[in-house]
Design a protein around this ligand. Structure first.
Ligand code: UDP
Length: 336
């Protein structure tokens, strides 16, 4: 039994591939390396290409005995989705349409889907529960929600079983420092703060300090990338055992403000982080905190690194040792 991981060379994908491999699973990756890194999947068999490529999917499903797919491959920048929604419908919705079509053709019955808190939009109550209203405020969240619905109807029609995991704010890196987070351009808070600590940036722009929160800055629920990896594996096992579709939030249930994140980064790095107040970023809700009770009960998911300090520590370890991210001169085990 082999697990196909699409987008396995990305940040969350590569940590999941590493985790699955360490659990003794047979894993193959499909990635177009538009944003992923070859060095992040050292030693893993990889097909290079897009999920839209039907011939490539034929080859993958014929050459491997795949029973489950973990589907990360997607465009995932909220701001870009607003200025270029067609890219998001093409990459996310059309790509997943093709993947699901091929899964039905090859009778592959399990898919774990990388969804997002952005499916909820502006929450009506905190913590957010899975059955709360889903009203995305940007095309990124809209395309992820469209895919959740595509999967729901594909279960009814073709018996395709899916678990959609709605993540809150992924953070941290492999505790052993083998892989980490490398986006270009970087838009996420913790890596940007650490770039300031490394003096690669002069200061952090805090996007708004006039929200109705205690210190005026936005509050988010940060979740360690390895805890996400663990949840993906538990979801695959659940699908294999129970063959039942579901949707789960993945967060810690605790919120930290932007200023609290900066404080934690100053403490871990021992360096000062200059900040400046900038205008609010469009589409940022004031507070996003998950209720992940359902995942903890049904998947028996137990986050191992739920304190913010561990997340920052592991991220700092990676960034300090990889100041320029991955060095892409590396040769990997490519199949195509
Ligand atoms: N943020 C910020 N400055 C930055 C990047 C992010 O103030 O340079 C804030 C952002 O407005 C949000 C929080 O940090 O409130 C987390 O943002 P991130 O982009 O990491 O994740 P998101 O919550 O958008 O998924």
């Amino acid at each position: 039994m082999t697990i196909l991981v699409t987008g396995g060379a990305g940040y969350i994908g590569s940590h999941t591939v590493l985790y699955l491999t360490e659990q003794g699973e047979k894993v193959i990756v499909l990635d177009d390396f538009s944003t992923g890194h070859k060095k992040a999947i050292e030693g893993t068999v990889c097909y290079e290409g897009k999920i839209h490529n039907s011939e490539l999917l034929d080859k993958i499903f014929i050459e491997n005995s795949i029973d489950s797919v973990i589907h990360f491959a997607a465009s995932s920048l909220v701001g870009e989705s607003v200025t270029n929604p067609l890219k998001y419908y093409e990459n996310n919705v059309m790509g997943t349409f093709n993947l699901v079509k091929k899964m039905a053709e090859y009778n592959v019955k399990n898919i774990v889907f990388s969804s997002t808190a952005a499916t909820y939009g502006e929450p009506k109550s905190i913590p957010i529960k899975e059955e709360d209203a889903t009203v995305p405020t940007n095309p990124y969240g809209e395309t992820k929600l469209a895919i959740e619905k595509l999967l729901k109807w594909s279960d009814e029609a073709y018996g395709l079983k899916s678990i959609a995991l709605r993540y809150f704010n992924a953070a941290g890196a492999d505790p052993e420092g083998r892989i980490g987070e490398d986006h270009n351009p970087e838009s996420h808070l913790i890596p940007i703060v650490l770039q300031v600590a490394l003096r690669k940036r002069n200061s952090l722009k805090i996007f708004g300090d006039d929200y109705s929160t205690e210190d005026g800055t936005c509050i988010r629920d940060y979740i360690h990338v390895l805890d996400l990896a663990q949840a993906h594996y538990l979801a695959v096992k659940k699908l294999r055992e129970e063959k039942k579709s579901a949707i789960y939030n993945l967060g810690n249930g605790t919120g930290f403000s932007v200023k609290q994140v900066v404080d934690a980064c100053e403490k871990v790095t021992g360096r000062s982080i200059p900040t400046e107040i900038a205008p609010r970023r469009a589409g940022d809700p004031a507070i996003l905190i998950a209720s992940s009770q359902k995942a903890q009960i049904n998947l028996q998911w137990k986050p191992q690194y739920s304190d913010l300090e561990s997340m920052v520590k592991h991220a700092w370890n990676w960034h300090q040792n990889n100041v320029n991210g991955y060095n892409e001169t590396f040769v990997y085990n490519s199949k195509v």
